[in-house]
Write a protein that binds this ligand. Structure first.
Ligand code: C5P
Length: 219
């Protein structure tokens, strides 16, 4: 069973206020991208990697992979205008005989191999996809403008992270649909059965400068 990882790293990261795309902002000694790239490359669950790089940053991404000795990087594509476009462009590089596609955000650098194992092995149990999730500590309400419409049942809600694993053929078909914020939503909309597995609080997404400091402290 071959597992191909698509690493979405093409975001501009405007909310970080840096002079470069988020994937190339420093995290410790390296660009942010280095952490997830090296961890995917080191994973026994991953056979090959496609990186979706920000426009104009394809070469630095390839050089970084070479510097890190990431021999599993098979292609580096130019990302699209949205995350969904970048994932589509990355998945287009995955060969037809790949069994599983693992989609991960470079903005979640602290990738533990145990999470990769959990999502990939769930597919062996017959699920179409598997996503890491965390319970929600706060009460969540649905609102319309300033008015509360409803209080949602917290035990029915989860925060969703990446990496997300999918049966390759099912993901390919689902991605032809409209825009979505995570790949699981596309697979769900196409009728796919997606399982939740335990996520990892360390997989928090880097969005602003404070997140970067928090994640750097956990390195
Ligand atoms: O912007 P946000 O943090 O939600 O992006 C999540 C992930 O998707 C990041 O790793 C980012 O690099 C990636 N992305 C992308 N192409 C885009 C926008 C975001 O690959 N056009």
């Amino acid at each position: 069973m071959s597992v191909w990882a698509v690493l979405a790293a093409a975001g501009s990261g405007e909310r970080l206020g840096a002079d470069r795309p988020k994937a190339f902002v420093r995290l410790g000694e390296q660009p942010l991208l280095a952490e997830s790239l090296a961890r995917l490359d080191a994973s026994d669950w991953v056979d090959a990697i496609v990186v979706a790089a920000p426009p104009g940053w394809e070469e630095p991404a390839i050089l970084l992979a070479e510097e890190l000795g990431c021999g599993k990087v098979s292609a580096c594509v130019t990302g699209g205008a949205t995350r969904a476009d970048s994932v589509r462009l990355g998945v287009a590089e995955v060969p037809a005989d790949a069994a599983v596609v693992l989609v991960h955000d470079a903005a979640r650098p602290l990738l533990d191999d145990a999470v990769v194992e959990r999502v990939v092995t769930a597919l062996g149990e017959g699920w179409d996809g598997a996503v890491p999730t965390l319970p929600i500590p706060d009460t969540v309400k649905r609102v319309d403008g300033e008015q509360v419409l409803e209080t949602l049942r917290r035990d029915e809600l989860r925060v969703v992270q990446t990496p997300q694993a999918f049966v390759a053929d099912i993901l390919r078909k689902a991605l032809s649909g409209s825009d979505w914020t995570d790949c699981s939503a596309a697979v769900e909309a196409a009728g796919g059965r997606v399982r939740i597995v335990d996520g990892d609080p360390r997989l928090a997404k880097v969005t602003d400068a404070a997140d970067l400091d928090r994640v750097a402290a956990l390195l």
